[in-house]
Design a protein around this ligand. Structure first.
Ligand code: C2E
Ligand code: MG
Ligand code: MG
Ligand code: MG
Length: 282
């Protein structure tokens, strides 16, 4: 399924790529030099606070401008990068870029960076994060790390220790895509998350089945759960005003989605903050 770049882009890409072994090998080959050639960049999508109607921060999302294939969506190249182990280098680059960018933003605006399970397994996450904070001068309080269940599958004692160490740097840990894994609930019990991001499939269900009670009941329950555990709750993939009003009435803290803003380049961050902070519609 197309994630961010519009259906047209995705279709062209799909036709161009296929999923053949040769194509995949070619993609790997190209990805190897992508960081050094400066083909990767980050875009930033705002997270809007529903209580204040102001921007809390931005999520950093990787983009790859392939010299001949055009924009390759992360759903295609991140799995390949993980398979190659290259995600450790790419992830470290993304973290560093995001910290440096965020250090230039207004005080209090946070940046969220996605971490791959491969970084957790083989990369030195704590050292990488600490280095980027130090080099950029960004306070740990302004950095959020988004992880999915797949990060936590193995090695729970070591992971727990790592999450605690990151939190002592002031960093916020978010559980991404909540509800899509098979044991989201047990992870909530075991790990010290600060924030839960409800997967956008639950958010889109809110308007797909407006008449039925099920989707609302599920979202309400997730929000209630997060609140009773003292965690902040963010809804991903918000695309309609009616989704916002339902989420707001349920006490959801924060929203992210195309309705608020698509991801913007680093140069668009300041403008996005002032536009959203001065908009009364949401
Ligand atoms: P994610 O972390 O769950 O990021 C949210 C995705 O939802 C982004 O897709 C974003 O563009 C998309 N999105 C936001 N609002 C809407 C909406 O209203 N409707 C729809 N249909 N989609 C929306 P994107 O940028 O294609 O990224 C896809 C996934 O790739 C991310 O999902 C994340 O898992 C991964 N990813 C992106 N950047 C990085 C990175 O730097 N490191 C790692 N490890 N993974 C990354
Ligand atoms: Mg994320
Ligand atoms: Mg997500
Ligand atoms: Mg998601």
């Amino acid at each position: 399924q197309a994630k961010a770049n519009g259906r047209g882009t995705y279709r062209i890409f799909e036709t161009a790529m296929g999923q053949s072994f040769r194509e995949r090998e070619a993609l790997k080959q190209d990805l190897r030099g992508a960081v050094a050639r400066g083909e990767l960049h980050l875009v930033y999508q705002p997270l809007l606070d529903l209580a204040t109607n102001r921007v809390n921060g931005f999520e950093a999302l990787l983009r790859w401008h392939h010299p001949t294939r055009g924009l390759v969506p992360p759903v295609f190249f991140i799995p390949v990068a993980e398979e190659m182990g290259l995600i450790v280098e790419i992830g470290a680059w993304a973290l560093d870029r995001a910290c440096h960018d965020a250090a230039t933003w207004p005080e209090g605006i946070t940046v969220a960076v996605n971490l791959s399970s491969v970084q957790f397994r083989t990369g030195n996450v704590l050292q990488t994060v600490a280095h980027s904070l130090l080099q950029s001068g960004l306070s740990g309080k302004r950095l959020q790390l988004e992880i999915t269940e797949s990060v936590l599958l193995a090695d729970s004692a070591a992971n727990l220790e790592l999450l605690h160490a990151l939190r002592t740097l002031g960093i916020t840990i978010s559980m991404d895509d909540f509800g899509t894994g098979y044991s989201s609930l047990s992870y909530l019990r075991s790990y010290p998350f600060d924030k839960i991001k409800i997967d956008r499939s639950f958010v889109s269900d809110l308007s797909m089945n407006e008449a039925s009670a099920g989707p609302k009941a599920i979202v309400r329950a997730i929000i209630g759960l997060a609140q009773s555990l003292g965690m902040t709750i963010t809804a991903e993939g918000v695309e309609t005003a009616s989704q916002i009003s339902v989420l707001r009435s349920m006490g959801c803290n924060e929203v992210q989605g195309f309705l608020i803003s698509k991801p913007v380049g680093a140069e668009g961050v300041a403008e996005t903050i002032s536009r959203l902070n001065n908009a009364s519609v949401l």
